[in-house]
Design a binder for this molecule. Sequence first.
Ligand SMILES: *Cc1c(COP(=O)(O)O)cnc(C)c1O
Length: 499
Amino acid sequence: MDYQSTRDSALRVSSAQAITSGISSEGGLFVPAALPSVTAEEIRGLCGKSYTERAAFILERFLTDFSREDIIDSVEKAYTAEKFGSDAIAPLAHLYQGTYILELWHGPTCAFKDMALQILPLLLTKSARMLGIEDEIVILVATSGDTGKAALEGFKDVPDTRMMVFYPQDGVSAMQKRQMTTQEGGNVAVCAIEGNFDDAQTGVKRLFTDEGVKHKLSASGKRFSSANSINWGRLVPQIIYYFSAYCELVENGEIEQGEQINVVVPTGNFGNILAAYYAKQMGLPIKKLICASNANNVLTDFIRTGVYDRNRGFHATISPSMDILISSNLERLLYELTGRDDEKIRRWFGQLSQSGRYEVDEDVKAKLQELFAAGCCDDDQTRGTIREIFEQYSYLCDTHTAVAVKVYEDYRRETGDMAKTIIASTASPYKFSASVLSALGADVESADEFEKVRILSRVSGTQAPQSLLSLQEKQVRFDGCIQPSQMQETVYGMLGIRE
Ligand SMILES: *Cc1c(COP(=O)(O)O)cnc(C)c1O
């Protein structure tokens, strides 16, 4: 299977090339030239299989230049009970009648980013080997909190790779910051920037596509790649868990084989929900894709009106991993919905970078609304939802998941759609202990981050993840903070390259 760029349909690369380069040189994103389909028979066949077997099945459909051995090796090393707490890898919890929570946060960093970032380094190093690349691979990451830590954990001490993470100084939770600044590994560095996530992401994208920087790196035997969800290698592992969750529901007798379900996703960069869209297009019986946003509701407006407009205030919310006004992966969706019209994509995304706004055609808007529903909620509603579902259903969820639950409940009330529903849960509540505790009405202002974790454990009667508790003893290794304009020199500095 070949891959093409959303801004140049004529371009053709293999999956190994798409994964090692991250982004296409003209600024487009790689997408499969044709989506593979999965039959009802094959879905039935996946039921009763392990997570790793399901993962291998999906990956083989997309990564056709990989050998079977390489795929099996990757899934078996990435998705272990040791790293994810149990063989379920992504377990389903029953919330209430017909509604299930897909817990995607049992990996090493307690956020759903591990689902992709535990396997990406394996796919990337195998791709580089396949292509005969001898350069050291330099991964630059812009993070709203969770990607950075998950990427650092995935890539730490992986031979022939270096990694540098940029995060918004005031845009991540105390625990997220602690996770990153104490990161171990000889090949990694972390740096805060004075700005928000969009500033970090724009800076990273600029470095990636700057020819001068590229030559400079190349002269010292290095090349960039990306671990952000613009990299195809991040997206494809996310398709797996939607198939897996569906099989779980069939196995447990919760749904009939072939029955349509809804999927709700708390959304930021549009990667996770795009993976659900791909699963649907491949043949997984998904009825509605429900896109949940916090106060940064640019996607809610877009899905409802067809106008994407990032010219609005930026809100720092209690669900910081969704504080994003430029959702990169929307480009991949629009490429599909326009019938792969690279000309239109260039025009719209050119307008986005120039004026911060574009408007899609009527027929694209109609398709968008047939596939998706959208909603948003503010911090008070998020806190109210955390408290309500803890009190009524004894289920403790984090702030991002609560946004999704609230948006789903609004959707169900407004539409009367009672189809069985999976809500993606993207982080452990312990990553956001302060906000979760305040939602539960506990006053913990004076407690430090680790006391808050212990209090949350006591108040909720749930167990705190050891990987978070153990951060208390770790040394801070990275405390730098720079202006976005200094990103290039900072990267050169880390790599020992002279300007
Ligand atoms: C990254 C993240 C999101 C947003 O996911 P996208 O794929 O960027 O839409 C939501 N919740 C949490 C906890 C995250 O880490």
